[in-house]
Design a protein around this ligand. Structure first.
Ligand code: ATP
Ligand code: MG
Length: 361
């Protein structure tokens, strides 16, 4: 098929370490799904947002990076970070945090789904029991930089950091969560709160949740304080469908969730601007894994699953579902598992197996 005006324009940034090994597997799967579904992609590769680029240019990205990738429909990202040569705060703040801010990626989306063949640390859980999303607010809340030290270095020292919630900021993340739940079978939203301890911002959050819930009468909505909610993630992960949380609570839950479903090598994430005014970014949850980089043994499933999330965002739900089915089919087969899942398959073996499953399915 010719690449026409309707092709999805994807900025591909492999980054560092195993990013350079797993991104090609994600692209392999996207090419395959394009041929199956009649959608098309234009992939533009960029070498910035990597530590190699930093070592050559003294910055993680060129001055005109926004012009270079701002017109794309999505960013397909591998991993950033090579702490042996560039400190993590330099590589991270010079790349992903810039994207998040400048492209207003106010949703951090993480699926939490137990897959066949992936051992869960939770006893007696089987695929189907755990299948939900964590929706984290990504731009405000507890991670404001407002605050400071009073009487520093004295014994009267006082340190303050403010939480900032805006009506626009809270409502837009809640709306995203309710819209997501609306598209799912169980139509259930759970809000993470702590209004019994945090007495100003969290009651406000609860109020806005109630106001939003009133607009979605067909959605069941409940809330838990963050402490007991964390316990429920472990003891009753089957209770959840869409879990929405502020920046800090969402940060914690979006690591806890994937941890409950097994290896870090398979979990995907989206940093999303739902209105599509700017490109959204899709990446695996894992980092650049310097300890295994260059050996061809990294698990590519996190990257491939990120491609499925990206397809959903691009309005290609059928393609997304095909990729997810292929991932499940491959994980069920021991011979295609990479080392982190107890197998001996290479990164490429696993990626090619997903393509085969996709073409056969
Ligand atoms: P981040 O850079 O996101 O802060 P990190 O540097 O703490 O994360 P990772 O780079 O994700 O951590 O690596 C953590 C551990 O998980 C390492 O031992 C790494 O080898 C392993 N790991 C990460 N991703 C994969 C993968 N795709 N396949 C196999 N093992 C992985
Ligand atoms: Mg790292």
């Amino acid at each position: 098929k010719m690449i026409g005006d309707n092709a999805h324009r994807i900025a591909v940034i492999a980054g560092d370490g195993i990013g350079k090994e797993v991104v090609p597997e994600g692209l392999r799967v996207l090419e395959a799904v394009a041929s199956r579904c009649g959608c098309s992609f234009r992939f533009d590769h960029f070498d910035f947002a990597s530590c190699d680029y930093y070592l050559q240019h003294g910055a993680m990205m060129p001055a005109d990076w926004k012009a270079q990738i701002g017109g794309h429909d999505a960013i397909f990202f591998g991993a950033v970070g090579w702490p042996a040569t560039v400190p993590d705060h330099v590589s991270l703040w010079g790349s992903l945090i810039q994207f998040r801010r400048e492209f207003d990626q106010y949703v951090n989306l993480r699926p939490v789904k137990l897959m066949p063949g992936v051992p869960s640390p939770l006893a007696n859980r089987k695929p189907g029991d755990i299948d939900f999303y964590v929706v984290r607010e990504n731009t405000e809340g507890e991670y404001s930089s407002i605050g400071g030290r009073i009487f520093p270095d004295t014994d009267r020292e006082v340190v303050v950091q403010e939480t900032v919630m805006t009506r626009i900021g809270v409502d837009r993340i809640l709306k995203y969560a309710f819209d997501l739940a609306q598209r799912r079978d169980r139509k259930h939203v759970t809000s993470a709160t702590k209004s019994n301890g945090i007495s100003i911002t969290m009651p406000y959050w609860d109020e806005r949740v109630e106001a939003m819930a009133a607009l979605y009468p067909e959605i069941r909505c409940d809330k838990y304080h963050i402490d007991i909610l964390a316990a429920h993630f472990v003891q009753h992960p089957d209770w959840f469908d869409v879990v929405v949380a502020s920046n800090l609570f969402g940060d914690i839950l979006s690591d806890l969730g994937p941890a409950c479903t097994g290896t870090i090598g398979i979990a995907p994430a989206g940093n999303i601007n739902p209105e599509r005014r700017f490109p959204s970014l899709f990446e695996p949850v894992h980092g650049s894994a310097p300890d295994i980089a260059g050996q061809g043994i990294a698990n590519p499933i996190g990257q491939i699953w990120s491609a499925a999330l990206m397809l959903d965002h691009l309005g290609e739900p059928r393609a997304a579902a095909l990729v997810l089915d292929a991932i499940e089919a491959v994980l069920a087969r021991p011979e295609y598992r990479t080392r982190d899942l107890g197998g001996t398959a290479s990164t490429e073996d696993c990626g090619k197996a997903v393509v085969d499953a996709l073409m056969a399915g």
